[in-house]
Ligand binder design. Structure first.
Ligand code: V47
Length: 395
């Protein structure tokens, strides 16, 4: 069944704490066999028990399952098998150095086409570096950079940006530039994707974020982001990054015009690449935000849909270690609930996020590590501060 949505194996890091949930077992009692049978998912539950991989059809049936709690129970079981009650987050900062972008993605409220357009900005390197310098007192472990596709900046701007970060904080991990930006650099500066990645790595790049994946199905891409790097190239850039020794994440923008079938197709394409390379650390469903963009007539995805997407991702993506709820996008309360629906990671402190806030997000722009630990604890899970590569910083 396909539904149009208008609403919208890695082991735990060494030194991770033993499972210490304060929630009594009765709270997570399994659904009775008759209840599971009513959901039509007994065979899927059996496959999961036997370690048999779920098919495309299984994934679509999971989306169609009306019993959200039964689905959540299955996803939570997979989550606890891998991570027990541990919930990861990191101390990071988000920097968006320019919002000038030649692409015209319908969902985007952040981009401005021309440098002179109202609200367009491009930070100087000094201004970008100041964002890190001004946080010298913070125990940051990651800088996450996402930019618009600026047609006039020289490649040196990005190389120098990375070098400068490393001069200021050699210890901080640089997770910068989506695969879409890498493809754009290659085309603009006359290099191959691999050459771009190698040069950026030599300047200090440590890993790639997962942005720009949107929905892999060509039907959706043609409608919502026709003029940027396509699916095959997105995946190939991640493949190349993994072969060069970097890790990366993969996202999926959900809750707009995509069908269940296309959601599962997206997950399976990510799963296939992960079988090849093993380089993805986390799958991150990104909830569509409808304000100030060309798809503003669509409603935002519901919390129920958000829980369902994260749960299905945990069940289908058997080879991706972490399912991350980006709390800025899902909302804090839904992210907390998602910790019982397959999610084991909440991204981080973020700080200065713009892409979602320009599209109507009403979440805070930042949280402290204490805030995040507390919200994980009150949700009945065990907070673990990690670095980008999931080494434990403190538990
Ligand atoms: O690629 C843009 C999405 C992404 C909207 O790798 C929107 O750890 C919803 O990729 N509504 C950038 N989504 C953010 C991103 C990300 C976030 C958190 C963690 C990681 C990671 C990566 O934001 C874009 C696009 O898919 N986006 N506009 C919008 N209106």
């Amino acid at each position: 069944m396909t539904t149009l949505h208008r609403a919208g194996a890695r082991l735990p890091a060494a030194g991770a704490p033993a499972y210490d949930s304060r929630v009594p077992d009765a709270a997570v009692a399994p659904p009775s066999p008759s209840r599971l049978a009513r959901t039509g998912l007994l065979d899927v539950a059996g496959k999961l028990d036997a370690g048999v991989r779920l098919s495309h059809d299984d994934g679509v049936r999971l989306f169609a399952c009306p019993d959200l709690l039964a689905l959540g129970w299955l996803a939570n079981r997979e989550r606890e098998r891998r991570h027990a009650g541990r919930t990861y987050f990191n101390h990071n900062i988000r920097i968006e150095a320019t919002n000038v972008c030649v692409a015209s993605c319908l969902f985007c409220a952040f981009a401005r086409l021309q440098p002179g357009d109202d609200g367009a900005y491009t930070l100087t390197l000094e201004q970008v570096w100041d964002k890190l310098r001004s946080r010298q007192d913070q125990a940051l472990t990651e800088v996450h950079v996402v930019n618009g596709l600026h047609p006039d900046l020289p490649f040196d701007y990005y190389l120098e940006l990375l070098r400068g970060f490393k001069r200021i904080r050699p210890d901080v991990h640089l997770k910068c530039f989506t695969a879409v930006e890498i493809a754009f650099f290659a085309d603009l500066y006359g290099r191959t994707d691999a050459q771009v990645l190698r040069e950026l790595m030599a300047a200090g790049l440590d890993s790639l974020p997962g942005g720009g994946a949107e929905v892999f199905a060509e039907r959706v891409r043609r409608k919502i982001c026709h003029d940027k790097c396509g699916t095959e190239r997105y995946l190939d850039i991640h493949r190349t990054a993994h072969r060069l020794g970097m890790r990366s994440n993969v996202t999926m923008l959900y809750g707009h015009i995509e069908t269940d079938d296309e959601r599962v197709d997206h997950m399976l394409r990510a799963r296939a690449l992960q079988d090849e390379t093993g380089g993805f650390q986390a799958f991150i469903p990104l909830a569509f935000h409808p304000d100030n963009n060309q798809m503003r007539k669509l409603p935002a995805p519901t919390a129920a849909d958000t829980l369902r997407v994260h749960a299905v991702a945990r069940l289908v993506l058997d080879n991706v270690p972490h399912i991350k709820a980006f709390w800025i996008a899902t909302g804090v309360e839904t992210a907390q609930t998602a910790l019982w629906f397959g999610v084991d990671d909440l991204d981080g402190t973020v700080q200065e996020e713009q892409i979602y806030h320009m599209a109507g997000a009403r979440t805070p722009e930042a949280m402290t590590t204490d805030d995040i630990s507390r919200l994980i604890r009150v949700a009945g899970r065990d907070p673990v501060e990690r670095d980008t590569l999931y080494n434990v910083v403190s538990a």
